[in-house]
Design a protein around this ligand. Structure first.
Ligand code: 4AD
Ligand code: MG
Length: 460
């Protein structure tokens, strides 16, 4: 049955190409968005999720079982057969005139979605239905296109896509926020794998090995962190893109990040204009202007040390942070990051060369002996969306660091990479959901994931 039907997207594409013919037969399947009539003529808007737009179907009261058709409810699944009519002077450039409707799925009266706008909070509770609303219809399609943008960017640049494992024996970030994997009732250490296993917090260590064989690589997959932080930006399951570049230093790394973010923005602006116009109108009235500006201006670079000085200065001048004790060596909170990117730079910025104590063990130590070659990309409204670094390629220095924190055991292979044709290399991790927030203007990560996972939240 599906073969004969056409998608809404194909209809609009055919229209743009001038290929729609007045009077041609159309079969359309989708869900009812609105149904109104003036007693003589009725109008049903059909949505099928292939495009942001609906298609208007017009019926004459006399030619259908009016009492039935005019009562098809919001959300009903319909098959419509009719004739295409070009309407160049109307709001929609074409419509379908039909007297042949099949109700494929009726809607019970307790259907939770109604015509009026529902709040994000309400829709989070109805996560299985929210893809039917305008906002989430737009959002999940942009999410899909953004994944394609990522792959296109890296594939066009000869990066090899690597599927790093989801189950691992190492805590790559050394942050200790891992989920342990066990089978029912087993002891976490002497169980299935004969050692402690966890869900990955990062594919970086695994993908580094591939960078030293394929030069440029990336992973793109789910990532798990048992962070209890109940913020709009943290999920316990999120998607991360982790590229790794051989023969590349921190500057090359940042150039790649900047190109990638700009590419993604332009890709979405080009492929999802209806969705982006919707976000600009209903979610964040500045989002289009912001994205266009970001896509066309260089990202600012600032040393961590300079950032600390600016923050100290701000406190001196009376700026109130929740944490106003600013000192060199501290890990910046989101409020500090946001002050720098929103109030000082007023755009995306790299904060670079962080104190080694607050960053992961694999980052390359700078000549000052105090900092590491790290970069975080901070953006207004959100703070960090990308974290990257040049990796420590010097065997002895890395070994000393790993011995000190006690994670050498089990990661001998990772150290060996430095002995076997190791070279300078760099990489980064883009939080996919955070990038999607930034591009759409959506302010809560729970509204960017189909079924968000956060602490105490596992309903669906
Ligand atoms: O800064 P992070 O922890 O860096 C790494 O994991 C490195 N291994 C990346 C690399 O160099 N290959 O995480 C990278 C990004 C963050 O900038 C953030 O956007 C996102 O991942 N992220 C989260 N997103 C949602 N929820 C969380 N709990 C996140 N934790 C990190
Ligand atoms: Mg980080």
């Amino acid at each position: 049955m599906q073969e004969k039907s056409i998608s809404v997207r194909k209809l609009y594409e055919a229209y743009e190409k001038g290929q729609l013919k007045d009077g041609q037969d159309i079969v359309l399947m989708g869900w009812l968005r609105t149904n109104r009539n003036n007693g003589k003529i009725g109008f049903i808007a059909i949505h099928d999720g292939t495009a942001f737009k609906n298609v208007q179907v017009v019926y004459e009261a006399e030619k259908v079982d009016f009492n039935v058709v005019s009562h098809y409810p919001l959300g009903a699944a319909l098959c419509v057969r009719g004739k295409l009519v070009l309407t160049p002077n109307m709001n929609q450039p074409f419509e379908i005139h039909s007297s042949d409707f099949t109700l494929l799925g009726d809607v019970a009266e307790d259907y939770p979605l109604q015509k009026k706008r529902a709040s994000f909070e309400f829709l989070r509770e109805e996560a299985y239905l929210r893809p039917r609303t305008n906002t989430f219809d737009a959002l999940y399609r942009v999410r899909s296109v953004l994944a394609m943008a990522i792959h296109t960017f890296f594939q066009e640049r000869e990066f090899v896509y690597v599927h790093t494992p989801e189950i691992t024996a190492n805590d790559a970030e050394g942050a200790g926020s891992v989920f342990t994997v066990i089978t029912d009732g087993e002891d976490p250490i002497n169980g299935f794998y004969g050692k402690r296993a966890s869900l990955t917090v990062s594919g970086q260590l695994h993908v580094e090995a591939f960078a030293l064989a394929f030069k440029n690589v990336y992973t793109f997959g789910p990532t798990f962190r048992a962070e209890k932080s109940n913020t709009p930006r943290h999920a316990s399951e999120f998607w991360m893109i982790e590229p790794e570049l051989a023969f590349a230093d921190l500057d090359d790394d940042m150039a790649c990040i900047e190109d990638c973010i700009k590419f993604c923005i332009n890709y979405i602006l080009e492929k999802c204009p209806d969705e982006m116009n919707f976000f600009n109108q209903w979610v964040d009235k500045t989002v289009l202007e912001k994205l266009k500006k970001v896509a066309s201006s260089p990202f600012y670079k600032m040393e961590y040390t300079k950032g600390i000085e600016i923050l100290q200065e701000a406190v001196k001048n009376g700026h109130k942070f929740e944490n106003s004790k600013i000192e060199w060596g501290m890990d910046l909170q989101s409020e500090h990051e946001r002050y720098l990117t929103e109030e000082v730079v007023k755009g995306p910025m790299f904060l670079i060369n962080y104190p080694k104590e607050i960053k992961a063990f694999y980052m390359r130590e700078n000549d000052d002996g105090k900092t590491v070659a790290a970069c975080d990309l901070l953006v207004p409204g959100e703070g960090e969306i990308v974290g990257g670094s040049q990796r420590e390629e010097r065997y002895e220095i890395l070994k000393a660091k790993m011995d000190k924190i006690g994670n050498t055991k089990g990661l001998e292979w990772y150290l060996n990479l430095r002995k076997y044709g190791g070279c300078i290399h760099s990489g980064f991790g883009i939080g996919f959901d955070r990038l999607l927030m930034y591009i759409t203007g959506i302010t809560n990560i729970r509204d960017t994931e189909p079924y968000p996972r956060t602490s105490n939240n596992l309903r669906y």
